[in-house]
Design a protein around this ligand. Structure first.
Ligand SMILES: Cc1cc2nc3c(=O)[nH]c(=O)nc-3n(C[C@H](O)[C@H](O)[C@H](O)COP(=O)(O)OP(=O)(O)OC[C@H]3O[C@@H](n4cnc5c(N)ncnc54)[C@H](O)[C@@H]3O)c2cc1C
Length: 411
């Protein structure tokens, strides 16, 4: 691995070294056994990042993908299987949180629904794997992309530029490259933020994930290794500042109020952080020689923990499109080629954005008729094993039409 670009001509440039960008770069390196010249542009390069306290539920397809990329063993060492999901619906002041829906691991399957993994570990594993490749890493920001008939030129903040066939923008929700390319985003900001923190538990969680639907939004506890859990606490914006500035004792008392005392004494292990929540989809995912991936293309409410999973599905679909085109000797940056990726991803993204938005609107309110309807709905689903199985299969993306990488095969 070299730290500065030795040449200005590269086959592919990945902009953004978050989880989507690192996975994209690793996929391209693995697919051509290193023969493809790939540059990663990110201000941090492959340096260790500050502790984030974030954790994700990786669906089955994402785990298969990391298996194919040869990094699952290392990820799994710190991954906590979700063995059971419990969903409740109640008001904050109510003394008990009645259970309306439970998902137990299907006896026919040897796979849990998902694995919880901390962002910092996942980033570390991907960075380590990439350090062993000849990936070119440029530690700066990309500014904009100039499109020429047969190439694109990425202008970098340090004054350099990289000429390439395809630019893959994995530069996050604010995506400077998307904005510079003039691609609009249909966006709605929720009056909610997600407060994220890691808790230590006195008693084991036995792999149980819980989602408590409260009037201000869902409060999720997601199991982590070593008797810990990650919380994603959705709260109205006008109260968030108050909650994140509470003392440790006061914060833990608020958690216990929502979560109960069944896991014994709770300890706060890091500083709670709040993330404003939005739903948004880019008007286009591609332009000639430019493809948007991950949060650069879409952001969704974390109510069902799908944002990163969507981004990884983008990586799998785009990698398949690019690799097929290159193997056929085609120019992979042509709009017609990149549009195959957009077509493959548009529907799934729209469905997920719509679903998470509807769930959030349905559950983040205290109107009695809506509460009755949704509780009836959850209760019906809970009594229908076949329907639950279907929901689980959907959640776990065990879908033969999924991109090859999601089925554990390098395309
Ligand atoms: C509270 C909360 C909980 C969540 N929980 C889950 C969950 O359980 N499961 C799940 O699947 N998803 C979850 N998500 C969504 C998930 O966090 C995101 O979808 C995911 O992190 C996006 O990854 P990314 O790589 O696309 O973008 P980012 O992580 O934002 O990475 C963008 C990268 O681009 C770089 N960059 C930016 N600008 C430039 C530039 N000009 N030049 C070069 N580099 C640049 C940045 O340095 C960064 O490294 C959650 C989100 C929130 C807010």
């Amino acid at each position: 691995m070299s730290d500065q670009p030795q040449e200005i001509t590269q086959d592919m440039v990945v902009v953004g070294g978050g989880l989507a960008g690192l996975t994209m770069a690793l996929t391209l390196k693995r697919a051509f056994s290193g023969a493809l010249k790939v540059t990663l542009v990110d201000p941090h390069g492959l340096d260790p990042l500050p502790v984030s306290g974030r954790a994700y539920a990786l669906a089955a397809g994402a785990c298969k993908m990391f298996e194919a990329l040869g990094v699952w063993d290392k990820i799994e060492a710190e991954a906590q299987a979700i063995e059971r999901m419990v969903i409740t619906d109640s008001r904050l002041a109510e003394p008990v949180r009645p259970v309306f829906l439970t998902f137990d691991q299907s006896p026919q399957s040897d796979q849990p629904y998902a694995y919880m993994i901390e962002q910092d570990h996942l980033l570390r594993v991907l960075q380590e794997a990439l350090r062993l490749t000849d990936l070119t890493v440029v530690k700066t920001r990309a500014g904009h992309v100039e499109t020429l008939p047969h190439a694109a030129v990425v202008a970098l903040e340090d004054g350099q530029s990289v000429t390439t066939k395809v630019v893959i923008a994995c530069d996050g929700a604010r995506s400077p490259l998307r904005q510079a390319a003039g691609i609009g985003m249909v966006m709605h900001a929720y009056d909610q933020s997600g407060i994220v923190a890691t808790l230590g538990l006195e008693r084991d969680h036995h792999g149980v994930a819980e989602e408590h639907f409260l009037p201000s939004g869902p409060f999720a506890t997601l199991p982590l290794k070593r008797k810990r859990c990650s919380i994603v606490w959705t709260e109205r914006n006008d109260r968030v500042k108050h909650y994140v500035s509470l003392s440790q004792e006061e914060f833990v008392a608020e958690i216990e109020h929502r979560f109960g005392l069944r896991y014994g004494t709770i300890t706060l292990l890091d500083q709670p952080r709040a993330y404003p929540l939005r739903v948004g989809i880019a008007r286009h995912f591609v332009k000639p020689r430019l493809a948007l991936v991950g949060d650069a293309a879409h952001v969704v409410h974390p109510i069902s923990g799908q944002g990163l999973n969507l981004g990884l599905r983008d990586v799998a679909a785009l990698a398949e499109t690019l690799i097929q085109a290159l193997r056929l000797g085609l120019d992979a940056g042509r709009l017609q080629v990149l549009q195959e990726y957009e077509t493959a991803r548009r529907f799934d993204t729209l469905v997920m954005a719509g679903l998470t938005d509807t769930l959030n609107r349905l559950f983040s309110n205290d109107l009695t008729p809506i509460r009755l309807m949704r509780d009836l709905g959850l209760g019906v689903v809970d009594r229908m094993p076949a329907l639950k199985d279907l929901l689980i299969r959907e959640a776990a993306i065990r879908n033969p039409a999924a991109p090859k990488l999601m089925q554990g095969i390098i395309p």
